[in-house]
Design a protein around this ligand. Structure first.
Ligand code: T5A
Length: 207
């Protein structure tokens, strides 16, 4: 079946994006859609190398340099993976995209959002998602959920204050672009989260 769609998943760290992408992908595959699952930073050989640099906790980078690295990875990713897949009529499910830059580098770290939007448009050649799902939940509850599973990672290292700013940033974007951005309650049972997302995707597929 041919119906190109660009779907992005956003939200605070550990909010369940990867898990939901796997589930939605499975559902779409059962319906015979051609899909591509990918992630940012990453998705190509060079962008995955950039990922190693930006996510290395032992390699502190200035905010400006960090932003340029995320955007360089995105330019590669769009050119080599996302745009060709969409051109071939596939459905692209992407774990983070431009909204993460606007929230993490812009709203949270304080870089000028207008400048970031221009730089991002340069990197993506203006490509925007058809729909974006923000998996949202109180950061303290997301931490508790991960602690229950014995996961200790960067999510906790960054601190609650940081995660609260991230969450507020995503809510700001959702408010600004209500047509594209759908907020999903990430604290529900896995099946309920998936169902909320699938309900929205179905609407797009029927358009
Ligand atoms: N970044 C990224 C920027 O600063 N700027 C940018 O431009 C971009 C693109 C990426 C980092 O880079 C930053 C943002 C990030 O800090 P990452 O390692 O890819 O780093 O981090 P995340 O994107 O946050 O990915 P994670 O793997 O940490 O989290 P996910 O994918 O959101 O969560 P997931 O699916 O792995 O789930 C986490 C745990 O929760 C459970 C899962 O089983 C898993 O154990 N879970 C649930 N448990 C109960 N109920 C549910 N509903 C559950 N959903 C998931």
């Amino acid at each position: 079946m041919k119906k190109s769609l660009f779907i992005t998943f956003e939200g605070p760290d550990g909010s369940g994006k990867t898990t939901q992408i796997e589930r939605v992908a499975k559902w779409l595959e059962q319906l015979n859609y051609n899909i591509v699952c990918t992630r940012e930073p990453g998705g190509t050989k060079s962008a995955e190398k950039i990922r190693q640099i930006v996510l290395d906790p032992c390699l502190p980078i200035k905010a400006e340099a960090e932003t340029l690295l995320y955007l360089a990875a995105r330019a590669e990713h769009v050119e080599k993976v996302i745009a060709p897949a969409l051109l071939a009529g596939k459905i692209v499910l992407c774990d983070r995209f431009s909204d993460s830059t606007f929230v993490y580098q812009g709203i949270t770290r304080g870089m000028d959002l207008k400048v970031l939007r221009l730089m991002d448009a340069f990197a993506t050649k203006g490509l925007k998602p058809d729909v974006t799902f923000i998996l949202d939940g109180l950061p303290e509850l997301l931490v508790a959920r991960r602690q229950k599973r014995g996961i200790q990672d960067r999510f906790e290292l960054e601190g609650l204050d940081f995660q609260q700013k991230v969450r507020a940033g995503f809510m700001q974007l959702a408010q600004e672009e209500q047509e594209r951005i759908k907020v999903i309650n990430a604290l529900q049972e896995l099946d309920d989260v998936t169902m909320d997302i699938i309900t929205q995707v179905k609407k797009l597929l029927l358009k």
